[in-house]
Design a protein around this ligand. Sequence first.
Ligand code: NI
Length: 395
Amino acid sequence: MDIMTLLPEEFEQILLIKRDLHMHPELSKAEHRTTGVIRAFLEQLPCVELLKTGTPTGVLARIPGDGSGTEIALRADIDALSQAEQYESPWKSRNEGVMHACGHDFHTASLLGAALILTRLKAQGRLKNTVDLIFQPAEEGTTGARALIDAGLFERIHPRAIFGIHNWPSIESGKIVLHEGSLMAAKRNMTIRIKGRGGHGSMPHLNVDPIVCAAAVIQSLQTIVSRNTDPLESVVLSIGRIEGGSPVNRVADQVEMMATIRSLSNEALERGISRTEAIVGNTAAAYECDWEIIWEERIPAVRNLPEMAESAKLAADAAASCGITDAQPSLASEDFALYGQGIPSWFFWVGSRTKGEGVEELHRPKFHTDDQAMRQAAQLYAAAAMLGAEALIHA
Ligand code: NI
């Protein structure tokens, strides 16, 4: 048996944890019970040191190597979504309106599985690398990685490389996706405010109507994708919310819109951001409105860099029993990308679709994972910890 194999009794342990977390999902920044479950699991393992995170939720732990290797970080996310679960199982969410609809319970349990493998190897004197385990809160909304980094993550750990995993429901269970280059999108969310001057609807000449201006802004913003973007690059701009005005015979004072702009290219995202500013500002001026855009933090693209490809392949080969594949990138975003701004990083997808079933996408009310794939995910994390810097060290 390969040393990186998750033993059957170890799989049973993480399956229990996964089902427990699934029944008790918690929203971003409120993962208190989840944090307790992870800590309790790690505390009963030999040689695991729990470190401070500096955040109210989340867990940071270290398994020390024998001093002859390097340091590798592994990251899982732990939060759930505001979503009522419609998938029937004995482990259905018991927290009404909250659901693990992105499978972060799968990631958490898999990383705990890797901790079982790595502490077993440590006890056998076979763990060279020091391994940092990051259980990140608040990935949904992409604020958790920033919170951990700002709270001093990289003063507590000094990894040579970092690896992350997301389950992927369009890929068959257990298959590992190895994709060099951009895998997930750069993103920036914004709130746009168009401010007019309200008044009676029968006297438009005495008022400034922000609703008409907002209509022009919405139409014009779509030209960023159609006219300002290289057709061979992908950019998406979606306005997800618009609010303004009441009652029917009154011109509104203000319209507020919330939008997201995304691209697989950080450069294309920057171009989209500057065009958004120009279109909103100039359109507002043309309609005699005031305006502002409140930008959220930029999340960079998840980019799997060529210099990490050989290490990632070594890890995938050591972990895979269900095969390795490639896949089209996604314009979903992941704040794992923020860790990769300082250190070499690689993000894997692991297939989680039950054989013979259709695809139930992430964030849908009937989303579920084939938990058998946690074997490959746990083994992949462990293999990345053991081998993930081999090619870097020897480069
Ligand atoms: Ni997710």
